[in-house]
Design a protein around this ligand. Structure first.
Ligand SMILES: [Zn+2]
Length: 182
């Protein structure tokens, strides 16, 4: 006698490659969302790439792993959410020398849940400024200023472009009016 599960297996042709759940309709499979699928789909998001990088650095620097962890291992890790949260924090705070900051945090012996605390970054920044030579600090300040200048120039171009477009629209409206197109 066929059980309900057997019948389901026979009619379920579409299987999710991430969680192995099967569906009889392809559209249901496409619409289906599960945690592993979501993690794979957001692989290229900035906070995820930073979190993954920190995850790899943690296992190399603190756990002494020789081999780099793969993204597949990251997806399956119970620390995935905590590392992604840290990735968001780094992406928002934009620390000085992000690579150095990540190495500082992963080797700090501080609990993962506390990595997103502002005090952690303040401590790092203070230590860095104290160690950093005057020349490097000066170069960094100049770099920051140049970057800001670049951003301001880009914004100005965008605004000017919008103004030109608005003026052109105004001229077009006047031309239409003068030609009696209204
Ligand atoms: Zn799935």
């Amino acid at each position: 006698m066929q059980t309900i599960t057997d019948t389901k297996k026979l009619t379920s042709k579409y299987t999710c490659e991430y969680c192995n759940k099967s569906y009889s309709k392809e559209s249901t499979l496409i619409a289906h969302m599960c945690e592993p699928k979501r993690r794979w789909l957001q692989k290229d998001e900035k906070r995820v790439t930073i979190g993954f990088y920190a995850f790899q650095r943690f296992y190399i620097l603190s756990a002494g792993n020789k081999k780099e962890k793969t993204y597949g291992e990251f997806v399956k890790s119970s620390f995935y959410n905590a590392f992604v949260k840290f990735g968001s924090f780094v992406n928002n705070v934009r620390p000085l020398y992000p690579d150095k900051y990540i190495d500082y945090v992963v080797t700090s012996n501080v609990k993962l849940d506390h990595w997103c605390r502002e005090e952690m970054y303040e401590k790092y920044a203070n230590e860095l400024i104290r160690k950093e030579g005057v020349q490097t600090a000066l170069e960094r300040s100049i770099d920051t200023m140049v970057n800001w200048q670049k951003k301001i120039i880009v914004c100005t171009i965008i605004i000017l472009n919008m103004q030109v477009q608005i003026e052109l629209l105004g001229i077009l409206e006047t031309v239409k009016y003068l030609h009696g197109w209204y």
